[in-house]
Write a protein that binds this ligand. Structure first.
Ligand SMILES: Cc1cc2nc3c(=O)[nH]c(=O)nc-3n(C[C@H](O)[C@H](O)[C@H](O)COP(=O)(O)O)c2cc1C
Length: 153
């Protein structure tokens, strides 16, 4: 099975994890980046920019990824929880995949270890695109759990 990791990361926790997975399992990895970067000031990003995007369901422009995702059977989607669910650049990405035939497996992490965030994320992702199959990956797990989860198939 051919898979690719697609991730979003603001303060680089997700980036660091994904880079270790990429190195160990040799899976191609691409980063989702907002075309206009979020403020480097955490409070401005969290309480102004990200909050407004989520409340108004604004999909920010992201930098082009230039990948034909239909060449992959599975997209392993990694992101930090923002405001109890996925960050809005993830929504932009999902909406760009209108004819994707494979499966998207969801790997999320957050500051507070509240599994409800994974439930919210899966539910909110499904609402974005009913034609895509989303599967639960891991929530707030370490590198070893990810390697075990991802190397099997
Ligand atoms: C805009 C924003 C919103 C966040 N919302 C939550 C939240 O609702 N619950 C939580 O536990 N952590 C929240 N966090 C913390 C991040 O999920 C956590 O620090 C994550 O590991 C960051 O990953 P990153 O370094 O890859 O960006 C938020 C962080 C930001 C910047």
């Amino acid at each position: 099975m051919k898979k690719i990791i697609v991730y979003f990361s603001y303060s680089n926790n997700t980036k660091k994890l994904v880079e270790k997975i990429e190195k160990s399992l040799n899976i191609k990895t691409v980063r989702i980046e907002r075309a206009t970067p979020y403020s480097s000031d955490y409070d401005t990003c969290a309480y102004v920019e990200a909050k407004e995007e989520w409340l108004k369901r604004l999909c920010p422009e992201i930098k082009p990824l230039n990948i034909n995702f239909n060449e992959y059977d599975e997209i392993d989607l990694f992101f930090p929880i923002w405001w109890y669910t996925y960050p809005m650049p993830i929504a932009t990405f999902i909406k760009s995949l209108n004819d994707y035939k494979g499966v998207i497996k969801v790997y999320a992490n957050s500051y507070i270890n509240d599994y409800q965030y994974m439930i919210n994320s899966l539910k909110d992702l499904k609402e974005l695109n009913h034609n895509i199959t989303f599967k639960e990956g891991l929530f707030n797990k370490g590198l070893n759990e990810h390697l075990l989860d991802m190397k099997g198939d």
